[in-house]
Design a protein around this ligand. Structure first.
Ligand code: MTE
Ligand code: MO
Length: 188
């Protein structure tokens, strides 16, 4: 009688003693795909447990229709803090906490402005249109690792786009709108 010669099956085709082998393989592949796709990752924003500041010192000036008003840390943070962990290109790393820019603008009656101009203490300036704000959510950051941001560490407030955190870090997205040391916001 002729004998059938069988080649040994590769490891991934062998029947495992339990069905778990295939499950582990699928889980491993899913993990590799997930970790490999860095460009799709965005830093996750969660609501923060930090109590809002009580500091009434003005840190930001708003200008609309030729009128100015000054806004404090307490006023900004009263809208509810949200936080995101990221590495900022200026070398700051940790938990950035602040309020959604859209919430702040709505509270200040500036959300209908056709154009917003941000001006920093170093006179850097950037414009945001309603289209920009609709495309990505901006976080108006007031704290790093729970501590108030000051002029010494790119405060008192700065803008970040959590959805772009990874892309900015790897250089595939522009960070021109990540203005730090914000001094004024003008509504046009
Ligand atoms: N206050 C302030 N924010 C700023 C800037 C600046 O000069 N001042 N430069 C912007 C630009 S154009 C970029 S690319 C990034 C990084 O700026 P840098 O390369 O000058 O550090 O920060 C943005 N935010
Ligand atoms: Mo830039």
């Amino acid at each position: 009688m002729r004998q059938t010669h069988r080649l040994p099956l590769p490891w991934y085709c062998r029947r495992s003693p339990t069905p778990y082998g295939a499950t582990w393989l699928a889980a491993f592949l899913a993990l590799v795909l997930f970790l490999g796709d860095g460009s799709a990752r965005a830093a996750a924003v969660t609501s923060s447990d930090l109590p809002p500041s009580q500091d009434d010192t003005p840190i930001l000036t708003l200008q609309q229709d030729g009128e100015q008003r000054h806004v404090s840390r307490a006023k900004i943070e009263s809208l509810g803090l949200h936080e995101v962990s990221l590495l900022h290109f200026e070398g700051l790393e940790g938990r950035f906490a602040g309020v959604w820019l859209d919430d702040f603008l709505a509270a200040q009656g500036l959300d209908e402005a056709s154009r917003l101009r941000f001006i920093a203490h170093d006179d850097y300036t950037v414009f945001l249109s309603p289209k920009d704000r609709a495309a990505k959510r901006y976080l108006l950051v007031t704290r790093l690792d729970g501590e108030p941001l000051t002029r010494d560490n790119f405060g008192p407030t700065l803008l970040v786009v959590p959805a772009d955190a990874e892309a900015v870090a790897e250089g595939s997205e522009s960070m021109t709108r990540w203005i730090w040391s914000i001094r004024e916001i003008h509504a046009h």
